[in-house]
Ligand binder design. Structure first.
Ligand code: HAM
Length: 412
């Protein structure tokens, strides 16, 4: 029989990567906590309708990337492709809007999209996600972008760029949509990719960020949305840009930054890196006023973002791991029981360490201790067993001393 492997597009996180993920989670709690964000957990499985209505039926995510299946009672369920829609459902379901005027949430965990796997693109991937509900001021957009950069900085990530755009609002976007559609129709329509030929009708803005080179060329010179938004969207965007300028944060205006989910309006942003293969976006987000209302909640504005944790792992340094304090090397099997007792005593005193349970020569055990970079190697040989003692070897300076095992609580 063939060996059982992971499902295509799903991956294990071995300890080194798992340590990076834990560090991302701890850093999220620390940094987002400084801005008043609180952790929330929502289910991985939701009714399909939530994503269809929240993300938009015409999006690639909903049309072709969801893991959707019927449950035993034939209700359509979907493994969440993102966290925002679920958080909105939870916000409405628990009437959180009635309890506080501004709600700030963060979460992290697995998301699922049936995409073609490649470097930096998985079918099960993970996001760190933040949402701020209840405030429509541009200062909130600026603050959340600054918070995202603060977070990425705290992870030790360098060499990234911030891209910024505005998508207008429900007042001004319809007119821009028509202007853009008219422009696209004047091009050689049959030369657009199949998706774009469809998008031209259903969601023409998406044509602007199609990655197919032919489509990119055909949209050269397209009317830019930032030039076509209403005065209030223009002012909103100007304030966001002004605040980022004041804070000294560099960004690039990208009029093609449309984002793949339909709920966005006004400010949108992405953080990009050149070091993650064909995928460049490590984080993305924006404002989504109207999303809560579209899910039958109150008309509450919102803004948020998500970082792809696999992509962060590719560009962040390995976090420092705490090295164990001790390693207990044993001469033979007779020393295993006393070794375990000694280890438990030391752990009860707050120290961290391991016993050499894998059999091997004293020399190979000492090599293991060196590999683990422990501060002390404790040696239990025949004499020590008999005398109730243990040898403590300081691995930094090589000094050794023999001490009583009973009541041993510190090694220095
Ligand atoms: P998104 O741009 O679809 O936005 O995803 C955010 C990030 O998730 C991307 O920038 C990328 O790093 C990562 N990502 C997406 N798909 C994959 C994949 N297949 N494999 C690996 N990483 C991936 C959202 O999901 C929005 N919900 C963000 C948001 C929150 N907007 C407002 N609030």
């Amino acid at each position: 029989m063939d060996k059982i492997s992971t499902v295509k597009g799903f991956a294990d996180h071995l300890p080194e990567e798992a340590a990076q993920f834990s560090f991302m989670g701890e850093t999220a709690q620390k940094v987002f906590g400084q801005y008043g964000y609180r952790e929330i957990h929502v289910p991985i499985l939701e009714y399909t309708e939530l994503f269809a209505r929240g993300i938009g039926t015409e999006t690639d995510v909903v049309q072709k990337e969801m893991f959707t299946f019927p449950d035993r009672k034939d209700r359509s369920l979907t493994m969440r492709p993102e966290a925002t829609a679920g958080i909105m459902r939870s916000y409405i379901e628990h009437s959180i809007h009635a309890k506080e005027s501004i709600s700030k949430f963060f979460t992290y965990g697995p998301m699922f999209r049936y995409e073609r796997p490649q470097k930096g693109r998985m079918r099960q991937f993970h996001q760190v996600n933040c949402e701020c509900l209840g405030a429509e001021q541009p200062q909130v957009d600026a603050e959340i972008i600054l918070m995202l950069m603060h977070y990425l900085n705290s992870l030790g990530i360098k060499d990234i760029g911030l891209e910024l755009n505005t998508l207008g609002c429900k007042e001004c976007r319809p007119a821009y949509r028509e202007t853009l559609k008219a422009f696209l129709k004047k091009q050689k329509v049959e030369e657009f990719c199949e998706d774009c030929q469809r998008r031209m009708e259903t969601n023409p803005l998406r044509v602007l960020d199609c990655k197919v080179p032919g489509c990119k060329a055909l949209t050269q010179g397209a009317p830019e949305i930032a030039d076509n938004v209403c005065p209030s969207c223009r002012e909103h965007f100007a304030t966001v840009k002004g605040l980022l300028d004041e804070s000294g944060l560099q960004y690039r205006l990208n009029s093609r930054l449309v984002r793949g989910l339909d709920y966005y309006n006004r400010t949108t942003f992405e953080v990009v890196s050149g070091n993650i293969g064909a995928q460049t976006s490590v984080a993305g987000g924006g404002r989504y006023d109207g999303l809560v209302a579209s899910l039958d909640g109150p008309d509450v504005p919102g803004v948020g973002f998500a970082c792809g944790m696999e992509r962060l792992a590719m560009v962040m340094p390995q976090p420092a791991v705490q090295t164990p304090d001790f390693y207990i090397a044993v001469l033979d099997e007779n020393a295993l029981n006393p070794a375990l007792a000694l280890a438990q005593n030391l752990r009860a005193a707050g120290l961290a360490g391991v016993c050499a349970f894998a059999s091997g020569s004293m020399k190979s055990q000492l090599r293991s201790a060196t590999r683990l970079s422990v501060r002390y190697c404790l040696i239990l040989g025949g004499n020590e067993l008999e005398n109730g003692t243990v040898i403590i070897k300081n691995m930094e300076n090589g000094e050794q001393k023999e001490v009583k095992r009973q009541g041993l609580r510190s090694l220095g």
